[in-house]
Design a protein around this ligand. Structure first.
Ligand code: NAD
Length: 356
Protein backbone atom coordinates (compact mmCIF):
# COMPACT_ATOMS: atom_id res chain seq x y z
CA UNK A 1 0.00 0.00 0.00
CA UNK A 2 1.28 3.44 -0.91
CA UNK A 3 1.41 6.08 1.85
CA UNK A 4 1.48 9.81 1.21
CA UNK A 5 3.48 11.61 3.88
CA UNK A 6 4.27 15.31 4.30
CA UNK A 7 8.02 15.80 4.69
CA UNK A 8 9.10 19.08 6.30
CA UNK A 9 12.92 19.25 6.15
CA UNK A 10 12.91 22.31 8.47
CA UNK A 11 15.98 24.50 8.91
CA UNK A 12 19.40 24.42 10.59
CA UNK A 13 20.50 20.77 10.51
CA UNK A 14 16.92 19.78 9.56
CA UNK A 15 17.42 19.28 5.80
CA UNK A 16 20.44 16.96 6.19
CA UNK A 17 18.64 14.96 8.90
CA UNK A 18 15.50 14.73 6.76
CA UNK A 19 17.57 13.40 3.86
CA UNK A 20 19.18 10.83 6.19
CA UNK A 21 15.80 9.75 7.56
CA UNK A 22 14.38 9.44 4.09
CA UNK A 23 17.26 7.14 3.03
CA UNK A 24 16.77 4.88 6.06
CA UNK A 25 12.97 4.78 5.82
CA UNK A 26 12.98 4.06 2.09
CA UNK A 27 15.37 1.15 2.68
CA UNK A 28 12.55 -0.66 4.51
CA UNK A 29 10.80 -0.98 1.13
CA UNK A 30 7.61 0.71 2.35
CA UNK A 31 6.08 2.65 -0.53
CA UNK A 32 6.00 6.30 0.52
CA UNK A 33 5.25 9.30 -1.65
CA UNK A 34 6.82 12.30 0.06
CA UNK A 35 5.00 15.59 -0.19
CA UNK A 36 7.91 17.94 0.59
CA UNK A 37 6.90 21.21 2.25
CA UNK A 38 9.05 24.19 3.19
CA UNK A 39 8.75 25.80 6.60
CA UNK A 40 11.06 27.57 9.02
CA UNK A 41 13.31 30.57 9.38
CA UNK A 42 14.80 30.22 5.90
CA UNK A 43 11.49 30.52 4.02
CA UNK A 44 10.32 33.66 5.82
CA UNK A 45 11.52 35.96 3.05
CA UNK A 46 9.90 33.90 0.33
CA UNK A 47 6.48 33.47 1.96
CA UNK A 48 6.41 36.23 4.60
CA UNK A 49 5.82 33.61 7.27
CA UNK A 50 7.79 30.64 8.62
CA UNK A 51 4.64 28.48 8.38
CA UNK A 52 2.94 28.89 4.97
CA UNK A 53 -0.70 27.72 4.80
CA UNK A 54 0.31 25.12 2.22
CA UNK A 55 2.20 23.20 4.96
CA UNK A 56 -0.88 22.88 7.17
CA UNK A 57 -3.03 22.01 4.15
CA UNK A 58 -0.59 19.26 3.18
CA UNK A 59 -0.60 17.72 6.69
CA UNK A 60 -4.40 17.93 6.89
CA UNK A 61 -4.59 16.16 3.54
CA UNK A 62 -1.99 13.45 4.22
CA UNK A 63 -2.69 13.13 7.98
CA UNK A 64 0.93 12.17 8.66
CA UNK A 65 4.12 14.25 8.59
CA UNK A 66 7.81 13.71 9.28
CA UNK A 67 9.42 16.94 10.36
CA UNK A 68 12.99 18.15 10.78
CA UNK A 69 13.65 20.66 13.55
CA UNK A 70 12.69 24.30 13.03
CA UNK A 71 14.40 27.30 14.64
CA UNK A 72 12.23 29.62 16.68
CA UNK A 73 13.23 33.09 15.46
CA UNK A 74 13.80 35.41 18.41
CA UNK A 75 12.52 38.99 18.30
CA UNK A 76 10.78 38.82 14.89
CA UNK A 77 7.24 38.67 16.18
CA UNK A 78 6.71 35.19 14.74
CA UNK A 79 5.57 32.53 17.13
CA UNK A 80 7.24 29.13 17.19
CA UNK A 81 6.34 27.03 14.14
CA UNK A 82 6.53 23.93 16.33
CA UNK A 83 3.98 25.28 18.79
CA UNK A 84 1.79 26.65 15.97
CA UNK A 85 1.66 23.22 14.28
CA UNK A 86 0.59 21.55 17.53
CA UNK A 87 -2.11 24.16 18.13
CA UNK A 88 -3.46 24.42 14.57
CA UNK A 89 -3.71 20.64 14.19
CA UNK A 90 -4.75 19.99 17.81
CA UNK A 91 -1.89 17.51 18.28
CA UNK A 92 -2.82 16.89 21.90
CA UNK A 93 -0.52 13.95 22.67
CA UNK A 94 3.26 14.22 22.74
CA UNK A 95 4.79 10.75 22.69
CA UNK A 96 8.41 10.32 23.74
CA UNK A 97 9.77 6.78 23.90
CA UNK A 98 13.00 6.54 25.92
CA UNK A 99 14.60 3.22 25.19
CA UNK A 100 18.19 2.18 25.73
CA UNK A 101 20.10 0.74 22.78
CA UNK A 102 23.40 -1.08 23.44
CA UNK A 103 26.34 0.97 22.19
CA UNK A 104 24.93 4.28 23.43
CA UNK A 105 26.52 5.77 26.55
CA UNK A 106 24.03 5.48 29.39
CA UNK A 107 24.01 4.53 33.05
CA UNK A 108 20.54 3.04 32.76
CA UNK A 109 20.53 0.14 30.31
CA UNK A 110 17.24 -1.21 31.69
CA UNK A 111 15.30 1.86 30.49
CA UNK A 112 12.38 1.28 28.12
CA UNK A 113 9.68 3.79 28.96
CA UNK A 114 7.25 5.88 26.94
CA UNK A 115 6.34 9.34 28.21
CA UNK A 116 2.98 10.67 27.06
CA UNK A 117 2.59 14.37 27.67
CA UNK A 118 -0.62 16.37 27.34
CA UNK A 119 0.17 19.07 24.81
CA UNK A 120 -2.57 21.71 25.03
CA UNK A 121 -3.41 22.68 28.63
CA UNK A 122 -1.77 23.34 31.98
CA UNK A 123 0.62 26.25 32.56
CA UNK A 124 1.43 26.09 28.83
CA UNK A 125 -2.01 27.44 27.93
CA UNK A 126 -0.38 30.89 27.90
CA UNK A 127 -2.80 32.54 30.36
CA UNK A 128 -0.37 34.82 32.16
CA UNK A 129 -0.65 38.21 33.80
CA UNK A 130 2.15 40.68 34.36
CA UNK A 131 2.91 41.83 37.88
CA UNK A 132 0.93 44.99 38.64
CA UNK A 133 -1.53 44.53 35.74
CA UNK A 134 -5.26 45.06 36.33
CA UNK A 135 -5.91 41.34 35.82
CA UNK A 136 -3.20 40.37 38.31
CA UNK A 137 -4.74 42.81 40.82
CA UNK A 138 -8.20 41.30 40.29
CA UNK A 139 -6.96 37.73 40.72
CA UNK A 140 -5.00 38.74 43.82
CA UNK A 141 -8.15 40.22 45.36
CA UNK A 142 -9.61 36.66 45.46
CA UNK A 143 -6.85 35.48 47.80
CA UNK A 144 -4.84 38.49 49.07
CA UNK A 145 -3.42 36.51 51.97
CA UNK A 146 -1.89 33.96 49.56
CA UNK A 147 -0.65 36.15 46.68
CA UNK A 148 1.92 38.91 47.23
CA UNK A 149 1.08 42.33 45.81
CA UNK A 150 3.99 42.33 43.34
CA UNK A 151 3.29 38.83 41.97
CA UNK A 152 2.99 37.93 38.28
CA UNK A 153 0.35 35.24 37.81
CA UNK A 154 0.04 32.20 35.53
CA UNK A 155 -3.19 30.20 35.30
CA UNK A 156 -3.14 26.42 35.17
CA UNK A 157 -6.20 25.00 33.39
CA UNK A 158 -6.67 21.20 33.55
CA UNK A 159 -9.97 20.01 32.12
CA UNK A 160 -11.81 16.71 32.46
CA UNK A 161 -12.12 16.48 28.68
CA UNK A 162 -8.44 17.23 28.05
CA UNK A 163 -7.42 14.70 30.70
CA UNK A 164 -9.80 12.03 29.43
CA UNK A 165 -8.47 12.13 25.90
CA UNK A 166 -4.79 12.05 26.91
CA UNK A 167 -5.24 9.22 29.42
CA UNK A 168 -7.34 7.25 26.96
CA UNK A 169 -4.63 7.83 24.36
CA UNK A 170 -2.05 6.43 26.82
CA UNK A 171 -4.06 3.28 27.46
CA UNK A 172 -4.74 2.75 23.74
CA UNK A 173 -1.05 3.29 23.04
CA UNK A 174 -0.19 0.72 25.72
CA UNK A 175 -2.58 -1.79 24.19
CA UNK A 176 -1.41 -1.29 20.61
CA UNK A 177 2.26 -1.53 21.60
CA UNK A 178 2.04 -4.53 23.93
CA UNK A 179 2.76 -2.55 27.04
CA UNK A 180 1.62 -3.71 30.46
CA UNK A 181 1.22 -0.68 32.67
CA UNK A 182 0.22 3.00 32.64
CA UNK A 183 1.51 5.27 35.42
CA UNK A 184 -0.33 8.58 35.88
CA UNK A 185 1.98 11.33 37.16
CA UNK A 186 0.75 14.42 38.91
CA UNK A 187 1.01 16.47 42.13
CA UNK A 188 -2.52 15.98 43.42
CA UNK A 189 -1.51 16.15 47.09
CA UNK A 190 -0.81 19.87 46.61
CA UNK A 191 -2.99 20.92 43.65
CA UNK A 192 -6.16 19.21 44.79
CA UNK A 193 -8.45 20.65 42.13
CA UNK A 194 -6.34 20.68 38.96
CA UNK A 195 -4.07 17.67 39.49
CA UNK A 196 -6.78 16.10 41.64
CA UNK A 197 -9.09 16.21 38.62
CA UNK A 198 -6.33 14.67 36.49
CA UNK A 199 -6.16 11.65 38.81
CA UNK A 200 -9.93 11.41 39.22
CA UNK A 201 -10.48 11.24 35.46
CA UNK A 202 -7.45 8.97 34.95
CA UNK A 203 -8.95 6.48 37.45
CA UNK A 204 -12.25 6.48 35.56
CA UNK A 205 -10.48 5.79 32.27
CA UNK A 206 -8.28 3.11 33.89
CA UNK A 207 -11.41 1.19 34.92
CA UNK A 208 -12.26 0.67 31.24
CA UNK A 209 -8.97 -1.24 30.85
CA UNK A 210 -9.09 -3.26 34.08
CA UNK A 211 -7.66 -6.74 33.62
CA UNK A 212 -5.89 -5.63 30.44
CA UNK A 213 -3.51 -2.83 31.42
CA UNK A 214 -2.27 -2.17 34.95
CA UNK A 215 -2.74 1.33 36.38
CA UNK A 216 -0.87 3.18 39.13
CA UNK A 217 -0.30 6.74 40.34
CA UNK A 218 3.05 8.24 41.32
CA UNK A 219 3.64 11.87 42.33
CA UNK A 220 5.91 13.86 40.01
CA UNK A 221 8.69 14.42 42.55
CA UNK A 222 8.72 10.72 43.43
CA UNK A 223 8.80 9.66 39.76
CA UNK A 224 11.90 11.81 39.16
CA UNK A 225 13.72 10.03 41.94
CA UNK A 226 12.46 6.59 41.02
CA UNK A 227 13.28 6.97 37.33
CA UNK A 228 16.94 7.60 38.13
CA UNK A 229 16.96 4.71 40.60
CA UNK A 230 14.86 2.04 38.91
CA UNK A 231 13.68 3.06 35.44
CA UNK A 232 13.00 -0.62 34.72
CA UNK A 233 9.95 -0.45 37.02
CA UNK A 234 8.12 1.85 34.59
CA UNK A 235 6.44 1.39 31.26
CA UNK A 236 4.01 4.02 29.87
CA UNK A 237 3.78 7.28 31.84
CA UNK A 238 1.04 9.85 31.24
CA UNK A 239 1.10 13.38 32.65
CA UNK A 240 0.02 17.00 32.23
CA UNK A 241 2.00 19.36 30.01
CA UNK A 242 4.61 20.90 32.34
CA UNK A 243 5.55 17.70 34.18
CA UNK A 244 5.69 15.99 30.77
CA UNK A 245 8.13 18.58 29.47
CA UNK A 246 10.49 18.09 32.38
CA UNK A 247 10.21 14.31 32.73
CA UNK A 248 10.72 13.88 28.93
CA UNK A 249 14.13 15.50 29.13
CA UNK A 250 14.97 13.38 32.15
CA UNK A 251 13.95 10.33 30.08
CA UNK A 252 16.14 11.40 27.14
CA UNK A 253 19.04 11.77 29.58
CA UNK A 254 18.49 8.24 30.91
CA UNK A 255 19.03 6.71 27.47
CA UNK A 256 21.94 8.78 26.19
CA UNK A 257 20.70 12.25 25.28
CA UNK A 258 19.14 14.27 22.49
CA UNK A 259 20.83 12.57 19.55
CA UNK A 260 18.86 9.36 20.15
CA UNK A 261 15.50 10.68 21.46
CA UNK A 262 12.60 10.36 18.97
CA UNK A 263 9.13 11.81 19.34
CA UNK A 264 5.69 12.34 17.92
CA UNK A 265 2.84 14.81 18.31
CA UNK A 266 -0.45 13.11 17.66
CA UNK A 267 -4.07 14.30 17.40
CA UNK A 268 -7.33 12.84 16.16
CA UNK A 269 -6.86 14.23 12.65
CA UNK A 270 -3.10 14.25 12.11
CA UNK A 271 0.27 13.15 13.48
CA UNK A 272 3.65 14.87 13.20
CA UNK A 273 6.77 12.82 13.90
CA UNK A 274 9.93 14.68 14.93
CA UNK A 275 13.06 14.37 17.04
CA UNK A 276 13.11 15.84 20.53
CA UNK A 277 16.14 17.99 19.72
CA UNK A 278 16.20 21.35 17.95
CA UNK A 279 17.87 22.72 14.82
CA UNK A 280 21.43 22.84 16.28
CA UNK A 281 22.28 25.84 14.02
CA UNK A 282 26.01 25.76 14.74
CA UNK A 283 26.26 22.39 12.95
CA UNK A 284 24.18 23.39 9.93
CA UNK A 285 25.43 22.08 6.59
CA UNK A 286 28.31 20.12 8.14
CA UNK A 287 26.87 16.62 7.69
CA UNK A 288 27.90 16.00 11.27
CA UNK A 289 25.00 15.53 13.69
CA UNK A 290 23.38 12.27 14.71
CA UNK A 291 20.42 11.20 12.54
CA UNK A 292 19.24 8.50 15.01
CA UNK A 293 16.52 10.58 16.70
CA UNK A 294 14.81 11.50 13.42
CA UNK A 295 15.24 8.00 11.98
CA UNK A 296 13.65 6.49 15.11
CA UNK A 297 10.87 9.09 14.77
CA UNK A 298 10.42 7.65 11.28
CA UNK A 299 10.22 4.20 12.87
CA UNK A 300 7.38 5.45 15.10
CA UNK A 301 5.73 6.87 11.99
CA UNK A 302 5.88 3.48 10.24
CA UNK A 303 4.13 1.91 13.25
CA UNK A 304 1.49 4.64 13.11
CA UNK A 305 0.96 3.82 9.42
CA UNK A 306 0.41 0.18 10.37
CA UNK A 307 3.75 -0.90 8.86
CA UNK A 308 4.77 -2.84 11.97
CA UNK A 309 7.12 -5.28 10.33
CA UNK A 310 9.01 -2.55 8.45
CA UNK A 311 9.20 -0.49 11.66
CA UNK A 312 10.74 -3.44 13.46
CA UNK A 313 13.32 -3.98 10.71
CA UNK A 314 14.24 -0.29 10.81
CA UNK A 315 14.61 -0.37 14.59
CA UNK A 316 16.77 -3.49 14.40
CA UNK A 317 18.98 -1.86 11.75
CA UNK A 318 19.45 1.24 13.92
CA UNK A 319 20.18 -0.96 16.95
CA UNK A 320 22.76 -3.00 15.00
CA UNK A 321 24.64 0.10 13.79
CA UNK A 322 24.61 1.60 17.31
CA UNK A 323 25.81 -1.67 18.86
CA UNK A 324 28.69 -2.02 16.37
CA UNK A 325 29.70 1.60 17.06
CA UNK A 326 31.68 1.91 13.82
CA UNK A 327 29.49 3.86 11.40
CA UNK A 328 28.26 6.33 13.99
CA UNK A 329 28.48 10.12 14.38
CA UNK A 330 30.96 11.88 16.66
CA UNK A 331 28.58 12.16 19.61
CA UNK A 332 28.28 8.38 19.85
CA UNK A 333 32.02 7.79 19.97
CA UNK A 334 33.83 7.41 23.29
CA UNK A 335 36.00 10.40 22.33
CA UNK A 336 34.04 13.14 20.52
CA UNK A 337 37.16 13.98 18.47
CA UNK A 338 37.52 10.39 17.26
CA UNK A 339 38.56 10.72 13.57
CA UNK A 340 36.71 7.49 12.68
CA UNK A 341 33.32 9.12 13.35
CA UNK A 342 31.19 9.22 10.20
CA UNK A 343 28.83 11.92 8.92
CA UNK A 344 25.04 12.13 9.14
CA UNK A 345 24.44 10.65 5.68
CA UNK A 346 27.04 7.91 6.09
CA UNK A 347 25.39 6.73 9.31
CA UNK A 348 21.99 6.69 7.57
CA UNK A 349 23.47 4.70 4.68
CA UNK A 350 24.97 2.18 7.13
CA UNK A 351 21.50 1.75 8.67
CA UNK A 352 19.97 1.35 5.21
CA UNK A 353 22.61 -1.23 4.28
CA UNK A 354 21.54 -3.42 7.23
CA UNK A 355 18.14 -3.81 5.57
CA UNK A 356 19.47 -4.59 2.09
P1 NAD B 1 19.27 21.92 20.01
O1 NAD B 1 18.61 20.64 20.37
O2 NAD B 1 19.10 22.39 18.62
O3 NAD B 1 20.83 21.81 20.25
C1 NAD B 1 21.48 21.78 21.51
C2 NAD B 1 22.78 20.98 21.38
O4 NAD B 1 22.45 19.60 21.42
C3 NAD B 1 23.50 21.16 20.05
O5 NAD B 1 24.36 22.26 20.03
C4 NAD B 1 24.24 19.85 19.93
O6 NAD B 1 25.42 19.90 20.68
C5 NAD B 1 23.28 18.86 20.57
N1 NAD B 1 22.46 18.18 19.56
C6 NAD B 1 21.17 18.44 19.21
N2 NAD B 1 20.76 17.59 18.28
C7 NAD B 1 21.80 16.76 18.02
C8 NAD B 1 21.99 15.67 17.12
N3 NAD B 1 21.02 15.23 16.30
N4 NAD B 1 23.18 15.05 17.11
C9 NAD B 1 24.18 15.46 17.92
N5 NAD B 1 24.06 16.47 18.78
C10 NAD B 1 22.88 17.11 18.82
O7 NAD B 1 18.75 23.01 21.07
P2 NAD B 1 18.84 24.60 21.05
O8 NAD B 1 20.21 25.02 20.64
O9 NAD B 1 18.30 25.03 22.35
O10 NAD B 1 17.81 25.05 19.94
C11 NAD B 1 18.14 25.47 18.61
C12 NAD B 1 16.88 25.91 17.91
O11 NAD B 1 16.00 24.79 17.74
C13 NAD B 1 16.07 26.96 18.69
O12 NAD B 1 15.60 27.94 17.78
C14 NAD B 1 14.92 26.18 19.27
O13 NAD B 1 13.77 26.97 19.44
C15 NAD B 1 14.69 25.14 18.18
N6 NAD B 1 14.01 23.91 18.65
C16 NAD B 1 13.19 23.31 17.77
C17 NAD B 1 12.56 22.13 18.12
C18 NAD B 1 11.65 21.49 17.12
O14 NAD B 1 11.78 21.73 15.94
N7 NAD B 1 10.72 20.68 17.55
C19 NAD B 1 12.80 21.53 19.36
C20 NAD B 1 13.68 22.16 20.24
C21 NAD B 1 14.31 23.35 19.86
Amino acid sequence: MKHRVTLIPGDGVGPELAEAARIAIEATGVDIEWDVQEAGAEVMEKYGTPLPDSVLESIRRNKVALKGPITTPIGTGFRSVNVALRQELDLFACVRPCKYYPGVKSRYPETDIVIIRENTEDLYAGVEFEAGSEQAKTIRSWAPEKIREDAAISIKPISAEGTRRIVKFAFEYAKANNRRKVTAVSKANIMKYTDGLFYQVAREVAKEYEGEIEYEEVLVDAICMQLVQKPGNYDVLVMPNLYGDIVSDLGAGLVGGLGVAPGANIGDEAAVFEATHGSAPKYKGQNKVNPTALILSGMLMLRHLGEWEAAQRLEQAVAAVLAEGRHVTYDLKEDRNDPTAVGTLEMAKAIAAKMA
